[in-house]
Design a binder for this molecule. Structure first.
Ligand code: JD8
Length: 251
């Protein structure tokens, strides 16, 4: 009888659109759940409303356009989740365009948190007292996916869950592939080099000869040069000081 595997990561997701998370069951994340490496539960915020219309929003104090998510359903939902796991201090992740940038380094931090709770906002956002209240029971990270505006937090949570879950040992088949990736925290942080597969010639476009040479030293040097070239071109902010071309080097 195989011992029940203790999941390395347990996720609770609170949203008014639970169906947004059906895709989580697909691909590697679904297989990881089936292998007992991680678990997730999707909660409908409206389950913590008590009126006939299951109201989760109201007009903003101070006026202005749009609606704001009410604090009471959120407080009750987060309390219920925290109460369900006494003795643990989960990390609450609240996507927000005003949050700290979500990066690979943050993904690694969250992958080690054991229990993550995600609060998906909608409308103009969640009453700001919810995060203040949550800090009494959880560590809170307000994270932004990037400098553009979404309609809610669900898409951000899908991206964050995938970025975090794939760092759990055993989720990605070949852990080596995690090392050479763009933004890899334990790499140089360069963008990844271009990749090729068969056929060697396609539409009269040939795979760079060095990759067919079997000369691993030359292949590694070529790949590193392409990675530095690409990073310098599209993300000069990521070029390690030591490699910054003179015109980029700090004065
Ligand atoms: C959470 C409500 C919509 C945002 C009025 C449009 C993250 N990188 C990102 N961009 N947008 C979000 C995000 C947007 C959200 C919510 C995250 C909850 N909205 C609001 C303020 C302006 N509407 C995000 N992560």
């Amino acid at each position: 009888m195989t011992a029940e595997r203790v999941p390395r990561l347990a996720l609770d997701i609170v949203t008014i659109f639970p169906d947004y998370f059906a895709p989580l069951g697909l691909s590697l994340i679904g297989k990881a759940r089936d292998a007992g490496l991680l678990t997730w539960t999707v909660h409908d915020l409206r389950d913590w409303t008590h009126d006939r219309h299951r109201t989760v929003d109201d007009t903003p104090y101070g006026g202005g356009a749009g609606m704001v998510m009410k604090p009471e359903p959120w407080g009750d939902a987060l309390d219920a989740i925290a109460d369900a796991h006494p003795g643990t201090r989960p990390t609450l992740v609240v996507p927000s365009p005003a949050g700290e940038p979500f990066r690979q380094s943050v993904a690694h931090e969250l992958a080690g948190a054991g229990r993550l709770v995600f609060a998906c906002g909608r409308y103009e956002g969640i009453d700001a007292r919810v995060v203040e209240y949550a800090r009494t029971r959880m560590d809170v990270r307000e994270l932004s996916l990037g400098d553009y505006v979404l309609n809610g937090g669900e898409v951000a949570v899908l991206a964050i869950v995938e970025a975090v879950a794939r760092l759990i040992p055993g989720v990605v088949g070949n852990p080596d592939s995690l090392v050479e990736e763009s933004h890899a925290v334990d790499g140089e942080g360069l963008l990844e080099y271009p990749v090729y597969t068969k056929p060697a010639s396609w539409h009269r476009l040939d795979v760079p000869g060095v990759l067919l040479s079997g000369n691993h030293g030359a292949i590694a040097a070529w790949r590193r040069a392409r990675a530095l070239e690409r990073t310098t071109a599209t993300r000069p902010d990521l070029v390690p000081e030591a490699h910054a071309p003179l015109h980029l080097a700090a004065d």
